[in-house]
Design a binder for this molecule. Structure first.
Ligand SMILES: [Fe+2]
Ligand SMILES: [Fe+2]
Length: 139
């Protein structure tokens, strides 16, 4: 299982703030599913919040990539779309089954691993490109 607390910094304010928010929501969810008797309503609300956050967070990155004519934009956007579909289907099967081990697998093995990797690769490359093309850097 992945030990997930914070995603790596990319040194671009708006992205670092979004990643911090995503970490907080994900960490709270992981702590809840790890309880002896997890609160199912809290989990559902947390998953809905995570999905809504990711839709906005990914959309802001895509908007900035387009503003700065980032050449690998379609690759980065396709990856966001894939992860949103995966997240929607995790939420749907949680709603249908309330299956804790299945949700644990998604959060600990799939999502948190992806988040760290995606941030350290595609997001970092995107942030560096934006900073180098005159975007606002981290102070
Ligand atoms: Fe991101
Ligand atoms: Fe991204």
């Amino acid at each position: 299982m992945n030990d997930f607390h914070h995603v790596p910094k990319v040194w671009l304010d708006f992205m670092d703030r979004d990643h911090e928010a995503a970490s907080e929501i994900t960490n709270r969810l992981m702590a809840e599913v790890d309880q002896a008797s997890p609160d199912k309503n809290k989990i559902t609300a947390g998953l809905e919040q995570l999905l809504a956050h990711c839709q906005e967070h990914f959309a802001s990155e895509e908007h900035e990539m387009q503003n700065h004519n980032f050449p690998p934009y379609p690759i980065h956007k396709t990856e966001h779309e894939r992860v949103l579909v995966e997240m929607e289907s995790a939420l749907m099967s949680w709603r249908e089954t309330n299956d804790i081990p299945q949700l644990k697998h998604y959060l600990f093995d799939v999502l948190s691993t992806w988040f760290v990797q995606h941030t350290a690769t595609m997001d970092l490359a995107t942030a560096s490109f934006i900073v180098n093309s005159g975007g606002q850097s981290h102070d």
